[in-house]
Design a protein. Structure first.
Length: 324
């Protein structure tokens, strides 16, 4: 087989790649020049190919191991690798950011600098950083409105909300965001709206009483699915920031000194729009975690969530830093 150069493997743009893999109880290795994962059944070992040139990120869960050769090939293809617990949470590693969102990113001295230079040109200005946070929030609201009202897959799953109620809630939040004087007030408004969206979703799907509880969420499946799905969004957020060369520490909303804050900023663009309703849909119909995870990945891919994240980062960098 003819050897492929790293540039060949990276020819598929990250925003157009289709796959996020979550693997558990397997070994990841190179076999015949391909990156594969191996599962053991009875006395047989089964080998499954990972199409690395079309993969954005790889989550390694409970009972997994990976070889040095596989890490080398994944790095060549620009695949982000994360180590995590069972079901995708919590996420572990020792690279660059804190343990809540931690990724082993492919290293290269040729990462793009254009957007980083634009970003840092406004990031040290408190007022411009708050303006960037508001732009994030407005993009988030637009994405929620688009998918809660027009997403065919959500509607087919029974998630049909009152359009006027949603538009009223989002417009009220837009007005509040415009008047927010600080990061804390923006975070408070974000939390207020998300709490309302939980209530609307639970009522729409006749889910019953719901209280959000993170980490150790007990037996409530919606809480477990929210934790699980959010980490998929964090993986995409980490991918988006890496693709355009922005360090995870340059957050505009989730803390000026929080090392992984920008990943949270970017993940929040899509969490309420896609992960939140799917968590309740899957919980109401009794899905297993694997089915929920695959549905979330399909939803994120069909909604071009990674494209949306990357474009939002680029637009904000250009708008606030392009002329400075």
């Amino acid at each position: 087989m003819e050897d492929l150069s790293p540039s060949d493997l990276k020819s598929v743009l990250h925003s157009k790649r289709a796959n996020i893999y979550y693997l558990q109880y397997c070994r990841v290795l190179v076999n015949g020049g391909r990156v594969e994962y191996v599962t053991d059944e009875a006395r047989r070992s089964l080998y499954w190919n990972i199409p690395i040139a079309n993969t954005t990120s790889l989550l390694l869960g409970t009972g997994t191991s990976i070889t040095q050769a596989a890490m080398r090939e994944l790095a060549k293809a620009g695949v982000l690798v994360g180590f995590c617990g069972g079901g995708g949470t919590p996420l572990f590693s020792a690279n660059e950011v804190d343990v809540e969102v931690a990724w082993l990113t492919p290293q290269s001295e040729y990462r793009p600098t254009e957007y980083l230079q634009q970003w840092v040109s406004f990031w040290f200005d408190d007022e411009l950083r708050i303006e960037a946070a508001k732009l994030f929030q407005h993009s988030r609201l637009n994405f929620i409105e688009k998918h809660w009202l027009t997403n065919r897959r959500l509607k087919d799953a029974g998630f049909i909300v009152d359009a006027e109620q949603i538009k009223y809630a989002l417009n009220k939040s837009r007005t509040a965001i415009a008047a927010c004087p600080s990061n804390m007030s923006l975070l408070a408004e974000e939390a207020r709206l998300t709490k309302l969206l939980y209530k609307i979703t639970a009522n729409t799907l006749e889910y019953g009483d719901f209280t959000r509880s993170k980490r150790g969420s007990g037996v409530d499946p919606a809480n477990r699915f929210l934790d699980h799905g959010n980490y998929l969004a964090y993986g995409m957020g980490a991918t988006a920031t890496w693709v355009i060369g922005l360090p995870h520490g340059l957050a505009v909303l989730h803390g000026k000194t929080r090392r992984g804050g920008l990943v949270f900023d970017v993940a929040d663009l899509v969490k309420d729009a896609l992960i939140l309703p799917q968590a309740f849909i899957s919980a109401a119909r009794g899905d297993e975690e694997q089915a929920f995870r695959q549905t979330c990945i399909d939803n994120l891919t069909r909604a071009e969530a990674l494209d949306f994240m990357i474009k939002t980062l680029q637009d904000i960098a250009l708008h606030l830093g392009g002329d400075r």
